[in-house]
Write a protein that binds this ligand. Structure first.
Ligand code: PGA
Length: 250
């Protein structure tokens, strides 16, 4: 449906001094990819990552940004700073930031608006906890997250957004959603977008699955109709594993 995008989320891993060589390794291992290949890195790794990605098919993303343009926000990084470095993508609203850094549906929305205004492609994360899944409220929760995330965003801009469905219980746990569980929610997200906008906008949005996706389980997930790629944590730290996932996305 949407453009296939496989994005690595390095989280708080790898050193700036290792980054250049690793991104080169990823570029080499994924040569000829039939999907977009993105490495999202810690802020301090972005400059060497962008340098290494120059002249290759690999795109670089950040893992967060601030929603203000500039000012007294000690420790924060703005969209302009990311654009100035040559960054193309930015992860917004990852469940770890929602849990540990006071990220809310409101700040997620402000960050998406800012990213789009500055020409960055937001990768917006949504997902339920195990408790919420067991209570049978997964789609209610996802619907609220999506509606709040896209508040005030035009259909034209919405089509540029990447949504990553990441069930919290599957992140870093080795427990992947089954292909059907993932497809059910990703299809549900597309329906919510169709209701908010129209079919064309909903079809244009790339919807990724994330949560323990790896070289072994990626093929079944990526074959599903409404799964247009993956947001990959642990498996993005090893170039051969990441390359296997990229090769499965076509
Ligand atoms: P994981 O992380 O692949 O290590 O589960 C995915 C994510 O949190 O984006």
């Amino acid at each position: 449906m949407g453009k296939y995008i496989i994005a690595g989320n390095w989280k708080m891993n790898k050193l700036p001094s290792e980054t250049y060589d690793f991104v080169k390794e990823v570029a080499e291992a994924t040569k000829g990819a039939e999907c977009e290949v993105v490495c999202c890195t810690p802020y301090v790794c972005l400059a060497p990552a962008v340098e290494a990605a120059k002249g290759t098919h690999v795109k670089i993303g950040a893992e967060n940004l601030h929603f203000e343009d500039s000012g007294a926000f000690t420790g924060e990084v703005s969209a302009d700073m990311l654009v100035d470095l040559g960054v193309d993508y930015v992860i917004i609203g990852h469940s770890e930031r929602r849990a540990y850094n006071n990220e809310t549906d409101e700040t997620v929305n402000k960050k998406i608006v800012k990213a789009l205004a500055k020409g960055l492609i937001p990768i917006v994360c949504v997902g339920e906890s195990l408790e919420e899944r067991e209570a049978g409220i997964t789609m209610d929760l996802i619907s609220i997250q999506i509606k709040k995330a896209f508040a005030g965003i035009s259909a034209e801009d919405a089509a540029k957004v990447v949504v990553a469905y990441e069930p919290i219980w599957a992140i870093g746990t080795g427990k992947t959603a089954t292909d059907d569980q993932a497809e059910e929610v990703c299809g549900g997200i597309r329906q919510i977008l169709a209701d908010l906008y129209d079919d064309a906008a909903a079809k244009a949005v790339t919807i990724q699955y994330g949560g323990s996706m790896n070289a072994k389980n990626c093929a079944g997930l990526l074959a599903k109709e409404n799964i247009d790629g993956g947001l990959i944590g642990g498996a993005s730290l090893k170039a051969p594993d990441f390359a296997t996932i990229v090769a499965a996305a076509k």
